[in-house]
Design a protein around this ligand. Structure first.
Ligand code: ZN
Length: 271
């Protein structure tokens, strides 16, 4: 079975756009593919409303967490805020994260969570606080975590050493620090630009077969990465291409690679 180990089914709600603006065609396309068992997904929910919506899809696996890009919105932080407000904001983060504990608990994994200094301008002190509060909760609940590390690979590698949770580093695309994560027994997803991005190629060649997974990160990410229109029904063939690349690198058959990746997914989620 082909498994998309990290995706967003219409990810606009994670960017702060209301659930009522969901793309119904995309949602229905995924629902059909998943319920007809053409694809298994671990889909990300970035707020309770999105989690409830995704839960309507039979057989779906879900992760739940506040994305680093949403840090300012989550903290009600604005340009007028200043560092004197940090203590108050930290208290707010802790209370708000704990208030959603039921959702973190219902999800199969906590994520995607992390830090980003490349694609977002949110204050890094607040990003770190939000990230660590969610790690604390994941550890308390015994949940695996899905990590977004863009531009903050070095720091996140250090922070993770303090947490004994199962870790999946999603679409790692940095040419440094990979070893810091491999020694922590992390799982890794191969992102959709595996044919053109050297760091992603490096994941395929450097990560052991027992820790490797494949992902799309959602339709819009695929379209960005490969530059062509994509729909849910295209995803199994696309991920099979990534599996074939892994098989080629590890000198094994694609079917054996697919089976190993499937085992990795269920081991990661402890299902
Ligand atoms: Zn994502």
């Amino acid at each position: 079975m082909i498994i998309d180990s990290h995706t967003h089914i219409d990810n606009r709600s994670s960017l702060g756009i209301g659930i009522e603006e969901r793309n119904p065609a995309e949602f229905d396309d995924f629902k059909q593919c998943i319920e007809e068992k053409k694809l298994v997904v671990l889909a990300n929910a970035a707020c309770p409303a999105e989690f409830d919506e995704l839960s309507k899809i039979g057989g779906i696996f879900t992760s739940f967490g506040i994305h680093p890009w949403s840090t300012h919105e989550f903290c009600h932080y604005s340009d007028e805020s200043n560092s004197a407000d940090y203590k108050q904001i930290q208290g707010h983060i802790q209370r708000e994260v704990n208030a959603m504990e039921a959702y973190y608990k219902k999800a199969h994994a906590v994520g995607e969570i992390g830090m980003d200094s490349v694609w977002c301008t949110c204050d890094l002190t607040l990003q770190r606080e939000l990230f660590m509060q969610q790690l604390n909760l994941a550890e308390k609940l015994g949940k695996p975590v899905i990590l977004h590390t863009k531009g903050q690979e070095r720091e996140i590698g250090e922070i993770l050493r303090h947490y004994s949770v199962k870790k999946l580093v999603h679409w790692y695309s940095c040419e440094q620090y990979l070893e810091n994560f491999i020694v922590q027994d992390c799982y890794f997803t191969v992102g959709p630009n595996y044919t053109i991005n050297n760091a992603v190629k490096n994941i395929i060649s450097s990560v052991p077969l027992g820790r490797i997974l494949v992902e799309t990160d959602g339709i819009s990410a695929v379209e960005w990465a490969v530059g062509r229109k994509t729909k849910a029904a295209d995803i199994p063939a696309m991920l099979r291409g990534a599996i074939e690349a892994i098989a080629g690198s590890k000198n094994i058959s694609a079917d054996f690679a697919e089976k190993s990746i499937e085992e990795n997914f269920y081991r990661f989620l402890e299902i």
